[in-house]
Design a protein around this ligand. Structure first.
Ligand SMILES: NC(=O)c1ccc[n+]([C@@H]2O[C@H](COP(=O)([O-])OP(=O)(O)OC[C@H]3O[C@@H](n4cnc5c(N)ncnc54)[C@H](O)[C@@H]3O)[C@@H](O)[C@H]2O)c1
Length: 356
């Protein structure tokens, strides 16, 4: 099978990440890069082309697929330009800045008959896949809550991410991944209602904190929370925290970190009514929040999952050659954009929203 020949627009952070991965990937040949800032092309690897414009890249017959890794506000125009030149397209997330933009992109890519998908490689994150595996195994009983959270401890937001016009803000940047993962966690489940708090804690223009509560029709309430200004003075080099918590009536699971550690925790017998020993804590006497009876708390290892971001492109290659479907379908990305609109509306009005 012939290699898929990819040209990338944008040699910034993500362009470099793609360069590292795709130059080593069997089944793909990376042809070269364009960038509106020529300085960004100075360290393009030997042997790859440095185009003098996007047009030159898009019109190069050697390029079959254009991967768009430019700022969010550039995606719409670049997708349309590539489609009109007959190129297949992979666009970085968030695919578009609005539903209108996406619908326009879909119309043109369909008219031009080109393949169009989005880079949502975080569907292969080990922490997410581990949490999903726990849920899919069904051993937690009736699950009532799933919480996914990410906290940054140093207050950093950078570059164009602090400008609305460039598509900045954490909802676009990380929210799109966290919400996509939550949908993928429970295929087929629909959101009945949601409530969101979304804030500019320290940034003038863009959101840097959000908490989103979603009541699904499978009776699970999912919570997604992200904060960039969760300051602590951690001594080591860990300046973030990533957590999952899943609670059911037969056990709980916690999954911590991107290379996850955690446990499934159960009780040896139902604890809903044991004789409560009075425990003295710093906050005063308690029974419900005291220690469990001896031997009642049991732990199990989390399932082992094998997954990595290369899996995204492995699917891409097979799907490109017609052997399976593209993992990331445009209607799924549209659903996340629609959800983000509802999240903003709830954040603005302070009211819950009926969704789906
Ligand atoms: N999938 C992921 O995990 C992931 C991670 C980070 C970023 N991204 C996405 O990748 C895209 C780029 O983000 P980044 O962090 O690499 O930003 P960046 O600022 O580091 O890089 C963007 C590059 O695109 C160039 N550029 C901007 N507009 C252009 C245009 N019209 N034509 C050609 N070049 C242009 C800039 O000069 C810059 O070199 C964004 O859409 C972002 O959301 C995805």
């Amino acid at each position: 099978m012939e290699d898929i020949r990819i040209g990338i627009i944008g040699h910034g952070f993500m362009g470099h990440e793609h360069e590292k991965m795709l130059t080593k990937m069997e089944g793909i040949r990376l042809v070269g890069f364009s960038d509106r800032d020529p300085k960004q092309l100075e360290d393009v690897q030997e042997g790859l082309k440095r185009y003098s414009s996007n047009e030159e890249l898009i019109n190069d017959p050697e390029v079959q697929v254009v991967l768009i890794a430019a700022n969010n506000n550039q995606h719409h125009d670049l997708v349309i330009q590539a489609a009109r030149a007959g190129k297949d397209i992979i666009c970085e997330k968030p695919v578009a800045m609005s539903l209108e933009e996406l619908d326009d992109m879909v119309r043109v890519t369909q008219e031009c008959g080109v393949k169009f998908t989005v880079h949502h490689q975080r569907r292969f994150d080990p922490d997410f896949r581990t949490a999903k595996e726990v849920l899919d195994e069904g051993t937690l009983g009736d699950v009532y809550t799933i919480k996914s959270s990410l906290y940054g401890f140093n207050g950093n937001m950078h570059d164009w991410h602090v400008y609305v016009a460039e598509g900045g803000g954490m909802l676009y940047d990380w929210g799109v991944h966290l919400l996509d993962q939550m949908f993928w966690m429970m295929p087929g489940a629909k959101i009945k209602s949601l409530y969101a708090d979304i804030r500019n804690v320290i940034n003038f223009e863009v959101d840097d904190y959000f908490k989103i509560l979603m009541r699904f029709d499978n009776n699970i309430t999912a919570e997604v929370e992200l904060g960039t200004y969760y300051l602590t003075d951690k001594k080591h080099d860990k300046w973030f925290e990533r957590h999952w918590f899943i609670g059911g009536n037969k056990g709980s699971a916690y999954v911590d970190g991107f290379e996850p550690e955690g446990k499934i925790v159960r009780t040896a017998g139902l604890l809903q009514n044991v004789s409560g020993h009075r425990t003295m804590t710093a906050a005063g006497p308690t029974r419900s929040f005291g220690p469990p009876p001896e031997g009642k708390i049991l732990t199990e290892e989390l399932p082992k999952v094998t997954t990595c971001h290369e899996n995204y492109f492995e699917n891409y290659i097979r799907a490109y050659h017609g052997e399976e479907e593209f993992l990331v379908k445009i209607p799924e990305t549209r659903r996340v954009l629609a959800l983000m609109d509802a999240v903003r509306e709830s954040g603005r009005t302070g009211k819950s929203i009926e969704f789906e």
